[in-house]
Design a binder for this molecule. Sequence first.
Ligand code: 13P
Length: 253
Amino acid sequence: MARKKLIAGNWKMNCLLEEGTQLAKGIAAQVKQNKFDCDFLICPPFTLLGFVKKCLRGTKIALGAQDVHFAEKGAHTGDISPLMLTDLGCSYAIIGHSERRVDHFESNELIQKKAVAAHKAGLNTVICIGETGAERDEGKTIKVCQDEIFGSVPDDATAKNTVIAYEPIWAIGTGKTPTAADVEEVHAAIRKALAKKLGKATANKMRILYGGSVKPSNAAELLALPDVDGALIGGASLKVEDFIGIAKNACSK
Ligand code: 13P
């Protein structure tokens, strides 16, 4: 079965209300106007989810959060539960982004716990993995990615409720990307690890996105690789023409 590409924007901690609604409206208008052979997802900060949802009306663009707590509710000051996200119209949550693994000391165990809770509430997850520059230099890239797959992806993961995002940490926001051959090698190794964990049928259907300095000029090459099923985009998701340019270059009908 062919895997439909997913073009996902992670806005990170960017955009106030006016800027965020303009961006969402701009993307929605372009997605309506053009014919794309892909799915779209945008993940604004928590504060904008309700507003952005309204801007996406009449489109099939999915809404996602950038994190989620594992508990259903209760004494977790500052956290957001899975049901709070579905209540606002989210169908996805990003989990285990390297910025959370590093800034918030999130472990594989915690990420897996979040994924289980998200799936239970009906959310799909984008589970992020990827090596540091030092790990790459030491030749540990594939081992790090496989360990993160075994540690972070829950046993209940299916090709529907889970998307993997491979984001080499040294490529995030730096303008640097691995070579196409390196990206394909890592994605193929990730799919092998998924097959070991979840079975070959699930692994073959599961989408594996590439993230890290994706822009319109490199999207076509990266997204044409056999095991690359879309992109998780940071900086370039904050400009309508860049985000849509990536889809145009990689997923035009
Ligand atoms: P950039 O596209 O800005 O490199 O960010 C990638 C990323 O971290 C998306 O989650």
